[in-house]
Design a protein around this ligand. Structure first.
Ligand SMILES: Cc1cc2nc3c(=O)[nH]c(=O)nc-3n(C[C@H](O)[C@H](O)[C@H](O)COP(=O)(O)OP(=O)(O)OC[C@H]3O[C@@H](n4cnc5c(N)ncnc54)[C@H](O)[C@@H]3O)c2cc1C
Length: 457
């Protein structure tokens, strides 16, 4: 019997899975394995919401493989050491895995390749599993990545699409392969109360129902905070429970302005991945340096704490921060508003905000989180690095009736309509009755301070 190992990382599915397909094409038996590696936790990728969601994904992947005659093997330890033990035990010749984009993934891949080759075996790393277009496949002349989205999007859209692969009908795992217990969501403490369920089955259901029920309206409604009409596929995409290439394929097949706008957002995901693959240091360092620094000291710490807790005195900022804590997810418009508020109105280092987001977001992703933070902070790829979002104007525009704020900030639930965005305008007993803070800083003062720090005239 020939045996191949499929090493699962951020690609927890059986549909449209090139490594699984290649392993099955080349061997009679496969060992699908996921390694719970403490180094991933130490690198800061593991947070309770993501661990809980991961447990759902692994349980569902195990079900998907079991239905096809296989099962998922789970191991705990150093990924490279565990895979080496497994290939020796099963006499596997090949290991197949998806290419990653982080420095962590690149280092793991290099170590694994060396150890396997020294042992007379081969590692196959498959592109186009995590992203639609592999990082580096489209580049501008004279550079290793695109630094501006629009030209990237044009070239990305012209790439020949890959037809999604069917899930295998059957597979065989060699007998006697030991597995640790598949983790359970209930093993994880401190999970956000309204965290969604993970897993490929849920992801596929959601993709299908969202495209048919909301896909057409996406272009018009994607910024509607209260309407909550975006796909909410981000955590499933982050864990690879659904393939981005398949999501694009199905949206294009449906067609229309809504589907096009959705595909464009998926292109943003690829865009940030190709930036990070070329500039792994951008996970922590400014992609572009800007004049001025960040506020530090006790006042800045106090502002940061108020931002984290959703008590900045700006209702739409506070609503979004509380949504994040409760659901482990935040609407994209909320992410833009809260990030701009921290980095530009409070002038606090984007890294502090990115760290807080990564601690809670179920879709928390180094490429998307860090590079979106940098985009908003003006240290990244935004071609207008000094734009500042006004949280009152943003609230009035994207939550015109104030329903989003009332949903998440119960202290303001008694205020009708858009007045909820400016509670400081209340006077007398109405104001006194509100248990809600005054704004941390006036918006005009915040803008002056930002301009001074950045040296803008
Ligand atoms: C400060 C900040 C931090 C962010 N952190 C993350 C993160 O850690 N992980 C993450 O997946 N997204 C992140 N985003 C991007 C975006 O907010 C989320 O992908 C989106 O809100 C997820 O909701 P959805 O699935 O309903 O998106 P939809 O609107 O339905 O979009 C479909 C998919 O497109 C992708 N997408 C949409 N917008 C973006 C974007 N701006 N950048 C990259 N991909 C995008 C996502 O995979 C998303 O699931 C961040 C944005 C900002 C401004």
């Amino acid at each position: 019997m020939t045996v191949s190992v499929v090493l699962y990382t951020s690609d927890l599915r059986v549909h449209d899975h090139p490594p699984l397909r290649a392993a099955l094409d080349g061997a009679q038996e496969v060992v699908p394995v996921f390694v719970r590696d403490p180094a991933v936790d130490r690198a800061g990728f593991a947070a309770p919401n993501r661990l809980a969601f991961l447990a759902d994904c692994l349980a569902d992947l195990d079900r998907g493989l079991t239905e096809r005659g296989g099962r998922l093997v789970v191991r705990e330890g150093d990924t490279v050491a565990e895979v080496l033990t497994l290939v020796r035990q099963t006499e596997a010749d090949e290991v197949h895995m998806a290419a990653g984009v982080t420095a962590f993934a690149a280092a793991r891949e290099a170590r694994l390749r060396k150890v396997l080759e020294d042992d007379g075996r081969r590692l196959y790393v498959h592109d186009g599993v995590v992203t639609v277009v592999p990082p580096g496949d489209v580049v501008p002349q004279g550079s290793d990545h695109f630094a501006v989205f629009t030209p990237y999007y044009r070239r990305w859209s012209d790439q020949p699409p890959r037809t999604p692969l069917q899930a295998p009908r059957t597979l065989r795992v060699p007998p006697g392969v030991r597995s640790d217990r598949v983790p359970r969501r209930s093993d994880v403490a401190d999970v956000s109360p309204a965290l969604v369920a993970g897993g490929e089955s849920e992801a596929r259901k959601r993709l299908g129902s969202w495209l048919s029920d909301h896909g057409d309206a996406y272009e018009d409604r994607h910024d509607d905070l209260a309407g909550d009409a975006t796909s909410r596929l981000s955590p499933y995409l982050h864990f690879g429970a659904v393939s981005a290439a398949e999501a694009v394929h199905r949206a294009r097949r449906r067609g229309g302005a809504g589907a096009d706008a959705f595909v464009r957002q998926l292109c943003w995901r690829d865009f940030h991945h190709q930036v990070l693959a070329a500039r792994p240091e951008a996970a922590a360092e400014d992609y572009r340096t800007r004049p001025g620094g960040w506020r530090t000291g006790a006042d800045a710490e106090a502002d940061l704490a108020a931002w984290r807790e959703g008590r900045t005195g700006y209702p739409v900022v506070d609503a979004a921060m509380r949504q994040l804590a409760h659901e482990g997810w935040m609407h994209n418009r909320g992410r833009l508003i809260t990030a701009s508020f921290l980095a530009k109105t409070l002038c606090v280092d984007w890294r502090e905000g990115a760290r807080h987001f990564l601690g809670l977001l179920v879709d928390g992703d180094v490429a998307n989180n860090q590079l979106n933070w940098q985009w908003v902070a003006g240290t990244g790829t935004d071609t207008r690095p000094n734009r500042v979002l006004n949280p009152v104007a943003q609230g009035r525009r994207h939550d015109p009736d104030g329903a989003y704020v009332r949903r998440w900030v119960p202290e303001l639930a008694g205020l009708d309509g858009p007045a909820v965005h400016e509670p400081w305008k209340l006077t007398g007993p109405d104001r006194a009755a509100l248990d809600y803070p005054e704004p941390l800083i006036g918006l005009a003062d915040g803008l002056d301070r930002f301009r001074q720090i950045r040296g803008i005239g």
